[in-house]
Write a protein that binds this ligand. Structure first.
Ligand SMILES: [Zn+2]
Length: 301
């Protein structure tokens, strides 16, 4: 009996805190911890690490889904509308969700776009397929220090919906700086002359800038896996691979395998999988970055 009364009181306290902490949010009437909706799994992993059990975190895209080829379901849009805070990447990664995000914002849902809080990488101008809008690179998640910037900016955004991570944010920022150092150490076995990346699409720009690699080219030119692959561009890529002495092509989610295999056999370059958009089995961001660094170090050492 005592236990039941106790549980009831706890429930009332939670409701009261929610009502006080969330003015005008999309789900202000709903009891329970605040609801944070994140668009894709890698960012979702970092947000979940940041909030611990102080909010519920829901990730819209399934792990292993190509984010460049994703569109939200009616259920996803409903989740956005009912969230207290939505954490998106920005830079058109969630193009199909943008309208729903703007609508939700108008109704009082807080929307945080990670790209607003990092130094956005601009794709070199004059490249084939580049336009003004497509020049901003959305792949900020392959740089642990960009994710540290995101974490530090998320702290006040979470406070705004009643989630206090003032203690957790600096601790996670420190771990991300340590992850950057560990990544640098893993990659130290790769000699300067072999720091060359050919990838499925242009996904590794932030990583290349951070760790001193050169982007030689991509099978699908541009910042999305969904771009057109033209015969002339493939001839240019083959020539670039041979001129630079590239020995490995890193294929990714959404890369047409027949095309990458053909370029590999024509140039003699090995084809290696690069898990640049998908969380590993343990679901942690540290393992995600570790897996990428190890794949590159192993292939290019
Ligand atoms: Zn991508």
């Amino acid at each position: 009996m005592r236990l039941r009364i106790g549980a009831g009181l706890v429930g009332l306290v939670v409701v009261a805190l929610r009502a006080a902490g969330c003015s005008g949010g999309g789900a202000a009437q709903t009891p329970g911890p605040p609801s944070v909706v994140v668009t894709y799994p890698v960012l979702g992993s970092v947000v979940a690490d940041l909030v611990g059990d102080r909010a519920t975190v829901t990730v819209l895209m399934g792990n292993g889904v190509d984010p460049h080829d994703w569109s939200p379901s009616a259920k996803d849009i409903e989740r956005v509308e009912k969230a207290d805070l939505v954490v998106a990447n920005g830079l058109n990664l969630e193009e199909g969700l943008e309208k729903a995000l703007v609508e939700a914002e108008k109704r009082g849902v807080a929307v945080f776009r990670a790209a607003d809080h990092v130094t956005v990488r601009q794709r070199a101008t004059g490249e084939v397929g580049s336009s003004e809008e497509a020049a901003a690179d959305p792949h900020l998640w392959v740089d642990p220090l960009a994710m540290r910037d995101v974490v530090l900016a998320l702290e006040p955004a979470l406070a705004g919906v009643g989630v206090d991570v003032a203690d957790r944010a600096p601790a996670l920022a420190t771990r991300l700086a340590e992850l950057d150092a560990a990544t640098r150490a893993t990659l130290s076995v790769v000699p300067e002359a072999r720091r060359l990346l050919v990838t499925g699409h242009e996904s590794m720009g932030y990583f290349a800038d951070r760790y001193g690699f050169r982007l030689v080219g991509a099978v699908v030119p541009g910042l999305t896996s969904q771009g057109e692959v033209a015969a002339g561009q493939l001839a240019d890529l083959r020539a670039a691979i041979e001129a630079a002495g590239v020995t490995v092509i890193f294929t990714e989610i959404g890369t047409p395998s027949a095309v990458v295999e053909a370029i590999g056999s024509e140039t003699g370059a090995a084809v290696v999988q690069l898990p640049s958009h998908t969380l590993p089995a343990d679901g942690t961001y540290a393992s995600f970055i570790g897996q990428i660094a190890t794949a590159i170090a192993t292939a290019l050492r």
